[in-house]
Design a protein around this ligand. Structure first.
Ligand code: ADP
Length: 486
């Protein structure tokens, strides 16, 4: 029998795909999950906007479609499609070229804090709605009739609605099902009613399922209500978002789809994040040569202008500096602890400023780097002893898993995917979102670090021994695809 007949065909839509274009965890997932799926026999193709920041020397591209018309409102916009490959794989990444994406930034939208909780991406709504529509036009042109479209986060949440609209025209997508994956419920893609006309880029599209709040159009609500199945990125977060306190205003809407809502824990790209052969770090090491990790710590201390001292714990943190991540729990009081801190991230000014002023006041203790820097992130994973993730909420969280792979002991708040990956055999956990509890837990960790080296080594090894590869989770995704194709 020809095996190919049974291959499930998947179109994977994402606003970020690592290493081509990444701003956070979404990029990591989109760069790694397809690699694990192809190994399971899935025929998967990825679509990504052709951002100006994509390095064409590093990732060679080839134009495969010129001048394809994509409906937009009552007009048509022309796109070209280029093809890159997901590095070291046979997975094509179709890059949608249009002036919308020429910028060197992935996201253009100004982030506004709404009621301290919700973010909106006004400039980006049109760009990503168009990208989603253009991706469907592309695969149709290429005659790739996907069994499943996997749409990710608010950016591509309109996939199901577009497909319904297209099915009124011809039968190309009539067998296509949509899996909608929520990586972060807090970023919803909200459009004020006065820009609805602007987001309604297909005149036939029934986009206006109005959200209860202020009559906004909400891309994520469209995805949740319109898709065939929904999943999120950890079992705990899948439960949490049905509750008012973590539902980001959508708990009632999610409740309607509870039976179709699954939680699948993210993995990490264990090839890319591997201390044994990571080219971005100073000294490679593995479980058996863990003592070599120390060279990375001394290297990092020197690079940052901290005192080189193998006995002082180095406490790392790599994150987006936004409300979700809880960095405001780190206060001046932490300067009393016997350790050094290194924080890497970018985000909202108020968090950047608060942390930078700590660094200014205590230059021997705190180092704060405000930038996105993949190499420095790897150096921090390799050089730190303790790794902080004090999030208010965390859909899955990748940094704690990466940190464990590099022999850090994570200190996290008990929420979402952090709860599913960290326990007292491999890390430290605090429950209540407050600075006092966080401080106490860090103090406890430092005591063990200083006085109980054997226990510390065991915690490190337990983390390193955990299997965070995508293999297991990819099988769970395959189960959902099969369920949809039945
Ligand atoms: P989120 O998706 O909410 O940003 P995750 O923990 O899921 O958080 O994923 C964050 C990813 O982005 C990790 O790979 C982390 O190393 C990376 N990252 C975050 N901020 C930076 C930065 N400033 N420089 C380099 N890498 C970063």
């Amino acid at each position: 029998m020809n095996k190919k007949i049974n291959k499930i065909k998947v179109l994977f839509l994402s606003a970020e795909v690592a290493p081509l274009a990444k701003a956070g965890g979404l990029g990591d997932v989109a760069g790694a999950l397809p690699k694990a799926l192809i190994k399971l026999g899935v025929d998967i193709k990825i679509c990504l906007p052709f951002y100006g920041l994509i390095n064409q020397h590093k990732y060679p591209t080839k134009k495969i479609i010129g001048n394809l018309a994509v409906p937009m409102g009552n007009k048509k916009e022309m796109i070209d499609v280029w093809r890159a490959w997901l590095p070291k794989t046979k997975i094509p990444v179709y890059l949608i070229k249009h002036s919308f994406f020429n910028s060197k930034k992935i996201y253009l939208g100004k982030r506004l804090i709404l009621k301290d909780k919700y973010t909106r991406q006004a400039n980006d709504l049109k760009r990503f709605a168009f990208f989603t529509r253009a991706a469907l036009a592309t695969v149709k042109k290429l005659n790739f009739q996907a069994d499943i479209v996997q749409a990710n986060d608010w950016h591509t949440a309109l996939a199901a609605d577009f497909i319904k609209t297209l099915n009124q025209q011809d039968s190309f997508f009539t067998k296509t099902k949509v899996l909608y994956t929520i990586h972060n419920l807090a970023n919803q893609g909200l459009a004020k009613p006065n820009i609805v006309g602007y987001t309604k880029i297909d005149p036939n599209l029934e986009i206006i399922k109005v959200d209860a709040r202020d009559g906004d159009v909400n891309f994520m609500v469209q995805g949740i209500l319109g898709s065939d199945l929904i999943n999120t990125v950890s079992p705990t977060y899948a439960k949490e978002i049905l509750k008012h306190y973590q539902g980001a205003g959508l708990d009632n809407i999610l409740e309607k789809r509870e039976k179709q809502l699954y939680g699948i824990l993210n993995g990490i790209d264990t090839d890319f994040f591997n201390p044994a052969n990571d080219k971005l770090i100073n000294q490679n090491y593995a479980k058996k040569t863990l003592e070599k990790k120390l060279d990375n710590k001394l290297f990092l201390q020197q690079k940052l202008g901290l005192q080189r001292d193998k006995n002082t714990a180095l406490v790392g943190l790599v994150t987006r500096f936004v409300w979700q991540k809880g960095t405001e729990l780190i206060t001046e009081k932490f300067s009393k602890l016997n350790c050094q801190f290194v924080f890497l991230g970018t985000g909202d000014k108020r968090y950047e400023t608060a942390l930078s002023s700590l660094a200014k006041k205590y230059p021997n203790k705190f180092k704060v780097l405000i930038k996105f820097d993949e190499k420095l992130a790897h150096e921090i994973y390799a050089g730190s002893d303790i790794f902080l993730v004090p999030s208010r909420f965390e859909p899955c969280g990748l940094t704690q898993m990466i940190a464990m792979r590099y022999g850090n002991v994570p200190l996290v708040r008990s929420t979402g995917g952090l709860k599913d990956t960290v326990n007292n055999q491999n890390g430290f956990i605090f429950k209540k979102f407050n600075s006092v509890e966080f401080y106490k837990t860090l103090q406890k960790a430092l005591t063990i670090y200083c006085h109980q080296p054997k226990i510390w080594r065991r915690l490190q090894l337990n983390g390193m021994e955990q299997n965070f590869s995508w293999e297991k989770s990819a099988k769970e995704y395959l189960k959902l695809y099969r369920k949809l194709s039945e």
